[in-house]
Design a protein around this ligand. Sequence first.
Ligand code: FE
Ligand code: FE
Ligand code: MG
Length: 171
Amino acid sequence: MARKGISILKGIEAKEVIDLLNRAYADEWLAYYQYFIEAKVVKGIMKDGVVAELNQHAADELRHATMVAERIMQLGGEPLLHPKDWFKYANCAYEAPENPDVLKVLEQAIKGEQCAIDVYSKLAEITKDKDIVTYDIASRILADEVEHEEDLQALYEDIEEFIDQFKLKDA
Ligand code: FE
Ligand code: FE
Ligand code: MG
């Protein structure tokens, strides 16, 4: 634990930040796995583009988990050691891709990103002017989650449009 690094917190306890970070850490692992497994099982129209996007997002969520774990350690905390704790601490729901249809998978992933945006915008609000380093990490991750939502939404709309055109031709 780095004492000087912790001494710069103003009006917030390290423990409070560590708890919030561990919740976000659980979310990142569940998000990582959700993307990982979605990329394996997804089926349907424009599948290749969707798989590429899902894999890219999986890599981003794993990178986020690393950023969050490192910050927990800097604050003298311990990142969750057991995967069973992921469900106990997570803010966001894990959405298993039981229906592997591209649109359904994208819908679930969009929901996850919207939850992540809430989590990091709250974390940024709570740490603003109090824990500059966590605030910076939360802001950077938040920007990624906003991009994720946008990417998935754009893909969703492209696929919908493609389906509509197909239906028109058929009619
Ligand atoms: Fe993330
Ligand atoms: Fe994300
Ligand atoms: Mg993307």
